[in-house]
Design a protein around this ligand. Structure first.
Ligand SMILES: [Zn+2]
Length: 469
């Protein structure tokens, strides 16, 4: 009997983890962390709902934390199987998990100092850097796009990966298996699907033909994105007008993909003369710097149209005035750079990281521009600023918001409603499971798909729900 059971990203957008069961063999697609408000995050502490030691193997779609962030918990729970993914994903997951371990440790120390005095028990960090090192030993030889891999000899179970066009190395996972009647079937899990037309990653591969079961993300199931080209234009205008005022541009960025994409556009502005070669650009995030180097290492996985001859240095991250700011001293020294400058720093929602120091120094200046290029969750400093706060607290100090604030929404790395619909229409699956979405977006997408493809059975699975496939 072949079954699928959902252990995360079921009617929510984080915690991706889907189990395929073939008789006594079990395989999981992703083991992501639950992120967001505490009601969601606490699920990380409640166990998987299955015994990791009884899982035979895992296939990882890409290196975002909401897809790989529970791998150390799998390992701690006794999982000894192999983890399969593309070469860039191995490197990205390793950096993302080590950074997460570091953040968890810092949070723990901070909370312990504050809350123990109040008699509140602080939960131990989910995992440590040591757990990450042990977890990385589980990664088997990396799998390139299109290569077929047999993961369970004897039951005819194979898989291969196709480009998902979401972040570097991201994959759609195609699993060929036999159902209980011995009939050959095909399951396709999209992972996170890109929106297409991006400079760094290729467009997502179209879905394969003859799909029996499609497990598809649905983050933007009820919305279309603003045009990408218009967003790039807006970014350029914001930068050019600030340079004319001889001000500073601050761009809080997520370390993976968004930081590199923004760097690409700044590099193009320098190449085409829209921005003076002399303007210093600081990538002030050790994680983003290390991830950028992974793009250089795995340039074969990038969008070939824009990457020229990477090895000869003819690539988008090699432009005059770009500085990688690694140490805290170098980061502080940026405050002394007078005149126009551009600073990219984490964290993306301004909740921590080096961006907060820059905001403290520059947010109160009228010549400064703050460009927000990513989603800002409720309760974050970023959300307060885009909602028009006149003053915010940074490191306990009130700081006036006098900078010009741009919110540019078109840089999403997820397929929008139209692209998801086109994808599912091309796949024409017999069964469709919508995962990785909020209930409202999923309900809207499910009802539209049901009208367009009346013969497809559409499910929006709940956590731990199980289906025969
Ligand atoms: Zn993702």
């Amino acid at each position: 009997m072949a079954k699928i059971q959902f252990f995360g990203a079921a009617q929510t957008v984080t915690g991706s983890c889907h189990m395929l069961k073939f008789g006594s063999r079990r395989f999981i697609l992703d083991a992501g962390q639950f992120q967001g408000p505490w009601e969601i995050e606490k699920l990380n502490y409640k166990g998987f709902g299955f015994q990791p030691s009884r899982v035979d193997g895992m296939i990882l779609s890409h290196g975002h934390l909401d897809h790989c962030g529970r791998i150390p918990l799998l390992q701690k729970g006794g999982f000894t199987g192999r983890i399969y993914c593309t070469p860039p994903t191995v490197d990205i997951a390793s950096l993302i998990l080590l950074d997460a371990a570091h953040v968890l440790k810092e949070e723990f120390v901070w909370k312990k100092r504050r809350l123990t005095r109040a008699g509140i028990k602080v939960l131990e960090p989910l995992f440590s850097a040591e757990d990450v090192y042990y977890s990385m030993e589980l990664f088997g030889p990396a799998v390139s796009y299109g290569k077929r891999v047999e993961i369970a000899p004897g039951i005819g179970l194979t898989f291969h990966l196709n480009d998902a066009g979401h972040v570097l190395g991201s994959s759609q996972i195609v699993v060929d298996y036999f159902d209980r009647r011995g009939k050959k079937k095909k399951l396709l899990y999209t992972g996170d699907l890109g929106d297409g037309g991006r400079p760094l990653v290729s467009d997502p591969a179209p879905p394969e033909k003859d799909i029996d079961v499609l497990v598809m993300e649905s983050t933007y199931g009820d919305r279309d994105h603003k045009s990408y080209d218009a967003s790039v234009e807006e970014l350029e205008e914001a930068i050019i007008s600030t340079m004319k005022r001889r001000g500073a541009v601050l761009i809080p960025t997520f370390a993976l993909e968004r930081a590199q994409e923004i760097l690409y556009h700044i590099g193009m502005m320098k190449k085409t003369g829209k921005l003076s070669k002399k303007v210093p650009v600081f990538l002030n995030s050790p994680l983003a710097i290390n991830l950028t180097r992974i793009y250089e290492k795995h340039c074969g996985y990038c969008n070939h149209d824009n990457f020229g001859d990477f090895k000869k240095g003819d690539h988008p991250f090699n432009f005059p005035g770009l500085h990688y700011t690694e140490t805290a001293e170098e980061s502080k020294a940026i405050h002394n750079v007078q005149g126009p400058k551009i600073v990219l720093a984490g964290s993306g929602m301004m909740t921590g990281g080096r961006i907060k120091h820059h905001l403290k120094h520059l947010l109160w200046k009228e010549t400064t521009t703050l460009i927000i290029v990513g989603y800002q969750a409720e309760g974050t400093l970023g959300r307060k600023i885009i909602e028009g706060a006149k003053e915010v607290k940074i490191f306990g100090e009130p700081i006036a918001v006098r900078a010009r604030v741009y919110t540019i929404n078109g840089f999403s790395a997820h397929a929008d409603r139209t692209n998801l619909l086109n994808y599912v229409k091309a796949a024409r699956p017999k069964k469709l499971f919508l995962v990785h979405g909020e209930p409202r977006a999923q309900a809207a997408l499910a009802s539209t798909i049901q009208k367009v493809l009346p013969r497809t059975k559409v499910h929006v699975p709940a956590l731990k729900e199980s289906f025969v496939i």
